[in-house]
Design a protein around this ligand. Structure first.
Ligand code: 3LM
Length: 407
């Protein structure tokens, strides 16, 4: 059966998508083109390539056949016309935003964002004459008020890193369209398997491919997807001339390997996280759990509408102060204390002092990132083993917390 990129299932596209021609030597996987430059048969051919009059590759900061294979496959997964690969998630975000913003423009960003994205907007773009407006994008009236004739982009994550706030992608994109503003969504937490922002009305999606797309904690990478025109503009402006944040062919190869198992990994992340979130919620040492799959989750209905599954990320608060939370985290043995997410290994971290240390304490308070919030990336280990480790650390905390009160 031939692979049809529009009709085949997600897993089929993740394994075969866009691979319509056989590979050199009959190889199952596309070869690794470790070449910075590409030779021209004749001078005129080089000139035609540079002028965009002839398809092909001439320099790997612009394009490379291994990266093209990944980009075409990834576009089929996001149901996009085109995709682009980058050296990191921050490389993707900065390349896309540099491309579409100029001094004097305004960008509206949701009030909760990954720490380095927040820093890039507040401390980076703002230095170059771009006005950044933080808006709670769940407040559509506030969004409408914040829009001016200089607004070019609305930018958000859903779910947000670290506190799992969702944004209604269709509602925000509809308002953006009415004002000719581009909607850009960071889809890192969901991957295209769980959520497809372009189908919900967004213009561009960006990813840290370091996370679920790679899936094994062994690479740093970014992706973007959108219309062919937008991706071409990002390629020749933001990526080629501004950031130069190009992915290496080896990384592209590793991500294509990661994509082959994306669907089964995400299914497992979802079922295990649902189990862990449910058990956390029932534990006396836990005050609050934020997980889209829980009935108690404030935006549970929106999650069901725009996400195919609830994902592998959980945020939670303990019935303890910061010292108690640190004690609990330090007691863990299987669960690793580390930033990043989306790996086979379960990871736990403290956003206020780690991923979101780029915010001041006042900014964190204003942006809804509490100092006692913990973030768990539920991995692919046997779920009862993950829970046993968490329960051991939580039980110790519950005993410690209860003891002084009883005394
Ligand atoms: C983290 N996040 O632990 P890279 N967008 C989102 C992200 O979560 C990230 C990026 C973009 C974490 C990294 S913190 C020092 C470690 C939603 C990264 C940026 O450039 O590939 O790291 O992606 O939350």
């Amino acid at each position: 059966m031939a692979i049809n990129d529009t009709k085949s299932g997600f897993a089929t596209r993740a394994i075969h998508g866009s691979m319509h021609t056989s590979q050199p030597e009959g190889a199952l996987n596309p070869p690794l083109y470790m070449s910075s430059t590409f030779t021209f048969e004749r001078v005129e051919d080089g000139a035609a390539l540079f002028a965009g009059e002839k398809p092909g590759h001439f320099y790997s900061r612009v394009s490379n056949p291994t990266l093209s294979a990944l980009e075409m496959r990834f576009a089929t997964l996001e149901n996009a016309e085109a995709a682009l690969s980058f050296a990191s998630g921050m490389g993707a975000i900065t390349s896309v935003l540099w491309t579409f913003l100029s001094a004097g423009d305004e960008i509206i960003a949701d009030k909760t964002l990954y720490g380095c994205t927040f820093a890039f907007l507040q401390h980076g773009l703002s230095r170059f004459g771009v006005t950044v407006r933080d808006v709670d994008l769940n407040d559509l009236a506030a969004l409408k008020t914040a829009i001016t004739d200089k607004t070019r982009i609305i930018y958000f994550e859903s779910p947000s890193n670290p506190n799992m706030r969702l944004v209604d992608i269709t509602a925000v994109s509809t308002i953006a369209d009415q004002h000719n503003i581009k909607t850009i969504v960071d889809n890192t937490y969901c991957t295209p398997y769980l959520q497809q922002p372009l189908a919900l009305g967004a213009d561009i999606v960006v990813h840290s491919a370091t996370k679920y797309l790679g899936g094994h904690g062994d690479l740093i990478a970014g992706m973007a997807a959108g219309s062919a025109d937008d991706m071409l503009q990002v390629r020749v402006e933001g990526l080629k001339d501004m950031t130069g944040a190009v992915m290496t062919p080896l990384t592209a190869h590793q991500i294509m390997r990661g994509l082959k198992t994306l669907e089964i990994r995400m299914d497992r992340h979802c079922t295990s996280a649902q189990t862990i979130a449910t058990r956390l919620e029932a534990h006396p040492a836990v005050r609050e759990v934020y997980y889209p799959g829980l009935n108690s989750f404030a935006q549970h209905d929106l999650a069901r509408r725009q996400m195919r599954g609830s994902g592998g990320m959980i945020a939670f608060e303990l019935n303890a102060d910061l010292a108690g939370a640190a004690h609990m985290m330090n007691a863990l043995e299987l669960v690793k204390r580390a930033v990043s997410l989306g790996d086979a290994d379960t990871l736990i971290q403290h956003p206020a002092s780690m991923t979101h240390a780029t915010y001041t304490a006042d900014e964190r308070a204003a942006h809804g990132i509490s100092d006692t919030l913990l973030r768990l990336s539920v991995g692919l280990e046997t779920v009862d083993d993950i829970w046993a480790d968490l329960a051991m650390a939580l039980d110790a905390l519950a005993i410690q917390e209860v003891a002084p009160r009883a005394a």
